[in-house]
Write a protein of this length. Sequence first.
Length: 83
Amino acid sequence: MSEETRLIMEKLEKLDAKITSIQLTLENETNRNIQIIAEGHLDLNRRLNDALKADSEKEMLLLRVNRLENELRLVKERIEGIA
Protein backbone atom coordinates (compact mmCIF):
# COMPACT_ATOMS: atom_id res chain seq x y z
CA MET A 1 0.00 0.00 0.00
CA SER A 2 1.40 3.35 -0.98
CA GLU A 3 1.91 6.20 1.46
CA GLU A 4 -0.75 8.25 -0.28
CA THR A 5 -3.29 5.42 -0.02
CA ARG A 6 -2.46 4.93 3.66
CA LEU A 7 -2.99 8.65 4.35
CA ILE A 8 -6.31 8.59 2.52
CA MET A 9 -7.40 5.52 4.51
CA GLU A 10 -6.44 7.22 7.79
CA LYS A 11 -8.41 10.33 6.83
CA LEU A 12 -11.40 8.16 5.89
CA GLU A 13 -11.24 6.37 9.22
CA LYS A 14 -11.12 9.71 11.09
CA LEU A 15 -14.01 10.98 8.98
CA ASP A 16 -15.98 7.80 9.69
CA ALA A 17 -15.35 8.24 13.43
CA LYS A 18 -16.55 11.85 13.29
CA ILE A 19 -19.68 10.84 11.36
CA THR A 20 -20.40 8.13 13.92
CA SER A 21 -19.95 10.65 16.73
CA ILE A 22 -22.31 13.10 15.02
CA GLN A 23 -24.90 10.36 14.48
CA LEU A 24 -24.73 9.36 18.13
CA THR A 25 -25.12 12.98 19.21
CA LEU A 26 -28.15 13.37 16.98
CA GLU A 27 -29.75 10.17 18.21
CA ASN A 28 -28.95 10.52 21.91
CA GLU A 29 -29.01 14.25 22.55
CA THR A 30 -30.56 16.33 19.81
CA ASN A 31 -33.55 14.09 19.14
CA ARG A 32 -34.18 13.66 22.87
CA ASN A 33 -33.96 17.41 23.44
CA ILE A 34 -36.41 18.04 20.61
CA GLN A 35 -38.79 15.53 22.20
CA ILE A 36 -38.49 17.26 25.60
CA ILE A 37 -39.18 20.66 24.04
CA ALA A 38 -42.14 19.29 22.08
CA GLU A 39 -43.62 17.78 25.25
CA GLY A 40 -43.20 21.15 26.98
CA HIS A 41 -44.99 22.87 24.13
CA LEU A 42 -47.85 20.38 24.33
CA ASP A 43 -48.18 21.16 28.03
CA LEU A 44 -48.16 24.90 27.32
CA ASN A 45 -50.77 24.38 24.61
CA ARG A 46 -52.98 22.48 27.08
CA ARG A 47 -52.59 25.26 29.63
CA LEU A 48 -53.45 27.88 27.01
CA ASN A 49 -56.53 25.92 25.97
CA ASP A 50 -57.60 25.69 29.62
CA ALA A 51 -57.06 29.42 30.09
CA LEU A 52 -58.99 30.22 26.91
CA LYS A 53 -61.79 27.89 28.02
CA ALA A 54 -61.98 29.71 31.37
CA ASP A 55 -62.07 33.07 29.56
CA SER A 56 -64.78 31.78 27.26
CA GLU A 57 -66.85 30.57 30.22
CA LYS A 58 -66.35 33.92 31.95
CA GLU A 59 -67.48 35.73 28.82
CA MET A 60 -70.59 33.55 28.57
CA LEU A 61 -71.41 34.25 32.23
CA LEU A 62 -71.02 37.99 31.67
CA LEU A 63 -73.40 37.79 28.72
CA ARG A 64 -75.89 35.82 30.82
CA VAL A 65 -75.66 38.32 33.71
CA ASN A 66 -76.19 41.17 31.27
CA ARG A 67 -79.29 39.47 29.86
CA LEU A 68 -80.65 38.71 33.34
CA GLU A 69 -80.05 42.31 34.46
CA ASN A 70 -82.00 43.54 31.45
CA GLU A 71 -84.84 41.12 32.18
CA LEU A 72 -84.88 42.25 35.82
CA ARG A 73 -85.06 45.87 34.70
CA LEU A 74 -88.05 45.03 32.49
CA VAL A 75 -89.78 43.18 35.33
CA LYS A 76 -89.22 46.17 37.66
CA GLU A 77 -90.71 48.50 35.05
CA ARG A 78 -93.79 46.26 34.75
CA ILE A 79 -94.21 46.12 38.52
CA GLU A 80 -93.91 49.90 38.78
CA GLY A 81 -96.50 50.21 36.01
CA ILE A 82 -98.94 47.97 37.89
CA ALA A 83 -98.41 49.55 41.30
